[in-house]
Design a protein around this ligand. Structure first.
Ligand code: NAD
Length: 337
């Protein structure tokens, strides 16, 4: 079976992660070229083993020897690139969030469908063995019939300014939390309503960098997030991540922390706390989720299979993200079903 030749467009934070991931299964894929507007990023790509680098993605899309494109540029630019890549007959891996508007997301889906190319979205947590173990435990109802999933974090967040513009990146409750919205969909299904509040701790931002969002699902399960990307570089706030139910609590013990055997470095644990019992560790084999999601994309191209993370997933997570921003801006709960 022939190797898939991929071009990576955008070599900021996530582009190099795609390169490192593809480089781990060279029997299936070859990175044909890296595209970025900035010279220093192209130098870095060359130093990382890529022969062909360029500044204009049209040059990449015009090449017959490129089969697929990794879309790793800022979110508001995903549509233009993904549409043109699809029209040029390239399979598309589109980083999350899919786009900044529902119309852009639908246009990406339509372009890929019309061209008959694969489309996979970058919801990498769907490949994370830790989060998949968390899903298995929640769905087993060990914690109770319904749960509250809590996530608290505070840092400087994303490093480039476009992330903090309402129309370009949408801030933490669009860009970062979209992973949680997608995984919430994977866990609980459809969202009933969303309530959010927020503020901007840092100047020059047009969207909240700090706030809370409560996502209520039709099942009665709840995702509660209290996130900030409003701190300055070098400072972090408290973090918490757990799941509460009528029968007990699930703690994210940490991929590196093994409560039983400090030597077993490839095994991670989640821990369940239940009344009257010892803490119960639940093990999983640690994995490189980025490698696994990109290998899955390449396998789908080589074997002509449907991708596992689709436009439907991208559009649903975006719908929740847009509802969170709307709720914070209007002060109203937004109904989604
Ligand atoms: N899956 C994940 O966990 C994850 C992590 C980080 C970022 N992302 C997503 O990946 C996308 C990119 O984020 P990032 O953090 O790498 O951003 P970034 O700002 O670090 O890098 C973006 C890069 O794209 C380049 N670029 C911009 N316009 C371009 C164009 N027209 N042609 C070629 N290059 C261009 C910029 O020069 C920059 O180097 C975003 O959608 C983001 O949400 C996903």
């Amino acid at each position: 079976m022939k190797k898939v030749r991929v071009g990576i467009v955008g070599f900021g934070q996530i582009g190099p992660v795609h390169l490192r991931s593809y480089q781990q299964f060279p029997e299936k894929v070859e990175v044909a070229a890296v595209v970025d507007l900035l010279d220093e990023k192209l130098v870095l790509a060359k130093e990382s083993g890529v022969d062909q680098v360029m500044k204009d993605y049209q040059e990449l899309l015009a090449r017959d020897d490129v089969d697929a494109v990794s879309v790793c540029i800022p979110t508001h630019l995903h549509r233009e690139l993904a549409e043109q890549a699809a029209a040029a007959g390239k399979h598309v891996f589109c980083e999350k969030p899919m786009a900044m508007t529902a119309a852009d997301a639908s246009a990406i889906e339509a372009a890929c469908s019309k061209a008959g190319v694969k489309l996979q979205l970058g919801f990498v947590r769907r490949f994370d063995h830790e989060w998949l173990k968390f899903r298995e435990i929640v769905q087993s109802k060990t914690l109770g019939d319904k749960v509250v999933w809590r996530s608290v974090a505070a840092s400087q967040g994303a490093p480039t300014p476009w992330f903090f513009q309402r129309e370009l990146g949408g801030g933490p409750f669009m860009d970062g939390a979209v992973h949680n919205y997608d995984f919430g969909h994977h866990l609980f299904g459809s969202v009933k309503q969303v309530t959010a509040h927020g503020t901007m701790l840092q100047p020059d931002r047009t969207v909240m960098d700090t706030g809370t969002a409560v996502i209520e699902y039709s099942t009665g399960d709840i995702l509660q997030m209290m996130w900030s990307w409003g701190l300055q570089a070098g400072s972090t706030g408290s973090a918490a991540h757990d799941v509460l139910g009528s029968e007990g609590a699930l703690l994210f013990t940490g991929a590196g922390k093994d409560p039983l055997d400090k030597e077993a470095s490839n095994i991670g644990y989640l821990t369940i706390n239940r009344p009257g019992r010892e803490q119960e560790p639940h093990s999983y084999v640690k994995n490189d989720m980025f490698r696994d999601e990109l290998e899955s994309f390449i396998d789908c191209i080589r074997e002509d299979k449907p991708t596992l993370v689709t436009a439907e997933h991208g559009k649903e997570a975006l719908r929740v993200a847009l509802a969170v921003l709307e709720s914070a801006e209007t002060g109203q709960t937004v109904q989604l079903t």
